[in-house]
Design a protein around this ligand. Sequence first.
Ligand code: FE2
Length: 659
Amino acid sequence: MASSRRHPQPRTPWHQTRTGIFHQTKAYSVSDPQTFHFLDLSESAPMKTVSTLLCFPNSNAVETGAGQEKSKTMGARKALTRSIAILVLAQAAATVAVMGQSGGAIPTTLEGPFEPVTRRFDPSLRLGSDDLPMDHPRLKKNVTSSFPEQISLALSTDPSSMWVSWITGDAQIGKNVTPLDPSSVASEVWYGTESGKYTSQQDGRSAVYSQLYPFKGLLNYTSGIIHHVRLKGLKAGITYYFKCGDSSLPAMSDEYSFKTMPSSSPNAYPSRIAVIGDLGLTSNSSTTVDHVIKNDPALVLMVGDLTYANQYLTTGGQGASCFSCSFPNAPIRETYQPRWDGWGRFMEPLTSRVPMMVIEGNHEIEPQVDGITFQSYRTRFAVPSEESRSNSSFYYSFNAGGVHFIMLGAYVDYNITGAQYSWLMDDLHRVDRSLTPWVVAAWHPPWYNSYNSHYQEFECMRQQMEALLYQYKVDIVFNGHVHAYERMNRVYNYTLDPCGPVYITIGDGGNIEKVDVDFADDPGKCPKPEDNKPEFGGLCPLNFSSGPAKGKFCWSKQPEWSAYRESSFGHGILEVVNSTYALWTWHRNQDAYKEDKPGDQIFIVRQPGLCSPTTKESSDPPQGAQALEPASPSSTRILSYKMMWLMSLLVVSFGVVTR
Ligand SMILES: [Fe+2]
């Protein structure tokens, strides 16, 4: 049951690791000088550090201007008062540095593993999941045929390049459809660093796809012309302005802008990274997207299951939360592809200015004639597959500041003998942790999941790939698929391990299938292994070999590797502070228009000294040695959203000392 969500109770020592070497809690205590300097401000932080936290270059900063005039008449007593006030402010700032948005202390993974916590589902939140209709203003086409729409951005592997995508022309749906000619409309992007002054132009490629169902009574679809242009020669951390389209028609878009990511460095990170899973196109999805926009991300990770167009028959009509239940006689899993176009418009206010990185989920499979699959996903999205040497849009990698992201495919071959595994091994080997200390991986179905839904569904994938991710010390893993939220304690091979990744399931975007509410450890809810059959790959169910669930498929209580779980819709924001600290916040939809308290919040802390990956970080000369040290107190990004509060406090205190 819910208890003290924001103050999880640390367990006693890490235990039962594979090597058996992590039996003592001491190494993870808050007094660990290697890792806790950033937080250890309340008693021992030097004044210099505190001034930095306050954004004052030195303690005289408050004595400039009018304050300097007054200081001439100040006696020693007033100076002392001022010093005390500054100290109070400093202490407040230091406190803020480790406070959450609700004002409580934010736990760190150093304090883990935590006792499992469950917050039970509020049944009233299960309402309102119907899909938005196609004539909803957010889904309607608002440009004439040849003008760009559904404009979106995606990162390349580094900040010197950015993908711009859009669609022109009208999609068709009917018994007979004629694909448009992609060469009939050019793919141009004009861009520059000043609004209205486009000093560069880049041309790109275009394509159409068709979704064909040669069955009686089913309709076919062919898309508009989908354009992808890769801008080059960009500088890191700079705002660019652009228009896209075909200037010869003429049919260029309005002006849009984006900011490139920082260069790879242990000292530079995107401000906020939004993570969304299983979004769909419902009223709950709207709340999620509005909430994400409000949180102003610099980058969006979309961990699969995007539109849920395959919850419809090809004739459109009402979507179903369960396709096979509602349409048991369908000759094939149908889709209504115009939902994709509606989704592109729905997302455009976000994706036309913030790059969105997608990975495929099971709802993107969309089988059609001749066994063709994933046509919409593969044609609509530009991803840096070629740039990251994967040559498959099903898995790829990219850098954003000091974070290396790896996007993996769960619905293509993931076996040790396959191309994806081979690419993953090469990609992990190439990561330079002195430049990108953080490695974050994402794919659709979770390996660690204590919900009844999709329980152990992708055990085969875990058994093939987990050791490789552990060997290279991947820091965080994001998944979707389960329509709820769950954050795991650090874990490897179902055993608590301080060097395992932090797995987070965030498939709670708000789609038509509703939120998942049952746990595999609830009485009578343990599924049979064959109940959760994956759309790809085999079944590799596992009975636990140790612990309270030894010999069983399900635990009889929340497993020890599950730190926190809650059935609500929402999204997450990752704010990487420096090379060892990152703040993770889960935002629940129901809090969007209230106090916006985080549903879950924790500092994810890397311990490179303890958990050494087999990469350049552990073998190269200490060029980036500083990057391996714990967070510097001067890393004030975490304070940015507290500045209003701080400024208020500053004004009040300054008034007190100058009275
Ligand atoms: Fe899924």
